[in-house]
Design a binder for this molecule. Structure first.
Ligand code: ADP
Ligand code: MG
Length: 330
């Protein structure tokens, strides 16, 4: 069992940022409205995710840490997934590659805590916590020095963590996100996004303004298009707005951040006439469809997706963006 956990862990947890992704997604699945991520030494020494979600009952803690135990789907309908998690792999994987502590409290019950080290799950014990869940992962990869060696500098790993948190924050504009570096004596805030209010477009505009920048939000065209069950919403920058060489493309499929060649290609195609070596499309686009039309189950950690009809997804993006650009006089 421990060996299986370690092998699967390599698939799910490549670096600190992948651990952060899994933990923040769990917090979102738990209905959290406030999520705080603390990291020390690029996440290598410490990752701590605190949420105000539904919590895990003391009796369920050992189950949450066992392989393929998920409270989210019953396993029969892998094509119809509405939560980030569905494999029940993240927590056991993290418990196999670091020292993992889960402290949690369900409203009206007592708080409890469980510790996993090197894949060994310890007994549940009472803990102190007001509400929600705190997951702490210490000394990631301490048992596998070979993997530790492949990690990049603390600075690079911190940047990857910030990128993950920012992308997830765009997918959930109503939720508060705070990212802090706790390497030193005093916590240093790296990123903060207050929970937005208003309708989804207002909230998204506010969030994008905070994450990508005011200038982007002020230069962004609102995208809202639909074709045969595929719905595309979001904001795309005017071609005159440039981020220099820095690429800022944020793509989401059914609420999940993805890095998908097909979608990036569609974005490039839409902006083709305006591209140059130092001018890249800047956009935050949300593609939503019946979960049965897209497979997010391709790989546990890679953010790729497979559409049943790739041509239609591409076509919708290209036509919606070209239309918006033309309307704006480009
Ligand atoms: P998955 O997300 O695929 O279900 P995980 O290993 O990430 O698998 O989590 C296992 C289970 O632990 C989840 O199904 C959920 O019931 C519980 N869980 C994990 N994190 C949290 C959290 N932050 N709040 C509430 N429940 C959680
Ligand atoms: Mg999960």
């Amino acid at each position: 069992e421990a060996a299986i956990n370690r092998i699967a862990a390599g698939e799910v947890v490549e670096r600190p940022a992948s651990a952060v992704k899994e933990l923040v997604e769990n917090a979102l699945d738990a209905g959290a409205r406030r999520i705080t991520v603390d990291c020390a030494d690029g996440g290598k020494r410490l990752i701590r995710v605190t949420d105000d979600g539904c919590g895990i009952a003391a009796d369920d803690l050992p189950l949450a840490l066992s392989r393929h135990a998920t409270s989210k789907i019953d396993g029969t309908d892998l094509l119809n997934i509405h939560t980030f998690g569905f494999r029940g792999e993240a927590l056991p994987s993290l418990g196999a590659v670091g020292r993992l502590t889960v402290t949690s409290r369900v409203a009206g019950q007592d708080a409890a805590e469980i510790l996993v080290e090197g894949g060994t799950v310890n007994a549940v014990r009472p803990a102190a916590l007001n509400s929600g869940t705190v997951v702490t992962l210490r000394e990631l990869f301490y048992a596998t020095p070979a993997r530790l060696k492949f990690l990049r500098t603390d600075r690079a790993e911190s940047q990857a963590i910030a990128d993950v948190v920012k992308r997830l924050s765009m997918a959930e504009p109503f939720v508060q996100f705070i990212l802090r570096d706790v390497s030193g004596d005093a916590p240093r805030e790296i990123f903060r996004a207050e929970g937005e209010t208003g309708d989804l477009f207002d909230a998204l505009h506010g969030r994008l303004s905070g994450v990508i920048g005011r200038e982007f939000a002020e230069n962004a065209l609102r995208i809202d298009a639909e074709r045969e069950g595929l719905h595309l919403t979001g904001y795309a920058a005017l071609p005159t707005y440039s981020r220099g060489a820095a690429v800022a493309q944020y793509l989401f499929v059914n609420g999940r951040p993805v890095r998908d060649k097909l979608l990036v290609g569609a974005l490039r195609a839409a902006y083709f006439d305006f591209l140059s070596r130092d001018r890249h499309p800047v956009a935050a686009l949300f593609l939503d469809c019946d979960p049965k039309l897209v497979d997010v189950n391709v790989h546990p950690a890679k953010s790729e997706v497979r559409f049943r009809d790739p041509g239609m997804a591409r076509g919708l993006i290209v036509s919606a963006l070209r239309h918006a650009l033309a309307e704006a006089g480009h």
